[in-house]
Design a binder for this molecule. Structure first.
Ligand code: C2E
Ligand code: CA
Ligand code: CA
Ligand code: CA
Length: 279
């Protein structure tokens, strides 16, 4: 309407209200759930199609809720951030992931690398490098931290503690990966400053490559830039063989997505690893 919706009434439908209440009650359960160990790591394998081998996995948190079943991060992560509890969940995922890495090695199926997601709160925690140094027991398994592109190229990169953490982590040999690359506000100077080991190209971009020649050109440019800077590339969210073929043709050979495997529990990952070649 003409008056720009100034008189618009914001109506909360019963269904929406239920959703809001639901989220609130779920959020209030988070502190106890942390103590009870209800946050568990799932793992999504990554492959290099040039060799056909598994090169690693990403750790993704799930909430094993006693009444509601296995919940994905979309249902609780934002609340955890708002409640200031995300750093505790991240820490817990790191501990769990490092233990899984060791158990997989003992079982005879060692992963070449594991990555964990780190929130902004965690990145500016002065204790982070020491904690990682202590917890990273299986040094034959590479450890990566995934930074969101938005975090990465924003104020945080101006933050002293962040810069200090980053250089200490690099000294320890921890690899740095950009998450969701191609969606945020990455600047070239930001990219050079952080100097990540790998760009993870976002699934929204990846999934459009087969349909759009513009997106194809964009991904090609990203891969070429990464090559020129000696940065590795991995395409996230590949759901079909056609996605994989189209992106391989652009020079990126590392993949993660439903086309390879869904995120899975430690137990399922172990079973999976026993059936595929590992790098
Ligand atoms: P992300 O880091 O970009 O992780 C990839 C997400 O894409 C995962 O969603 C994964 O299940 C999903 N995915 C993987 N392959 C495909 C595919 O082929 N198609 C589609 N449509 N989706 C695919 P998930 O597990 O629900 O996680 C959502 C987000 O939550 C993650 O996005 C990450 O930003 C955040 N997150 C997950 N675990 C943690 C954690 O331990 N700590 C922190 N701070 N954030 C986490
Ligand atoms: Ca990630
Ligand atoms: Ca991502
Ligand atoms: Ca994401």
């Amino acid at each position: 309407a003409k008056n720009g919706g100034r008189n618009m009434v914001c109506q909360v439908t019963p269904a929406l209200q239920r959703q809001i209440d639901d989220r609130r009650s779920l959020a209030s359960d988070i502190p106890r759930a942390i103590e009870r160990g209800e946050f568990v790591p799932f793992f999504q394998p990554q492959i290099d199609v040039q060799t056909g081998r598994i090169i690693g996995a990403e750790t993704l948190v799930r909430w094993q809720h006693p009444d509601r079943g296995m919940l994905p991060p979309g249902q609780f992560l934002q609340s955890a951030v708002e409640l200031g509890l995300i750093d505790r969940i991240d820490h817990h995922m790191l501990v769990a992931a490092m233990q899984v890495s060791l158990r997989l090695r003992e079982a005879g199926y060692p992963l070449p690398s594991l990555s964990v997601n780190v929130s902004e709160a965690r990145l500016i925690d002065p204790l982070l490098p020491r904690q990682i140094d202590t917890l990273w027991i299986d040094r034959d398994c590479l450890l990566s931290i995934e930074l969101l592109e938005t975090i990465y190229f924003d104020e945080a990169s101006e933050n002293n503690q962040f810069s200090q953490n980053l250089s200490q982590l690099k000294e320890l040999g921890v690899r740095i990966e950009t998450d969701d690359f191609g969606t945020g506000r990455a600047s070239m100077t930001g990219l050079l400053k952080i100097a990540p080991d790998r760009l993870k190209i976002d699934k929204s971009l990846v999934q459009e490559v087969v349909h759009s020649s513009q997106k194809r050109s964009l991904v090609k440019a990203i891969v070429e830039m990464a090559n020129a800077l000696d940065i590795d590339c991995l395409a996230e969210g590949v759901e079909t063989q056609a996605d994989i073929d189209a992106i391989t043709a652009l020079g990126c050979c590392k993949f993660q997505g439903y086309a390879i495997s869904y995120p899975q529990s430690e137990e399922d990952l172990l079973a999976y690893l026993s059936t595929v070649p590992i790098a």
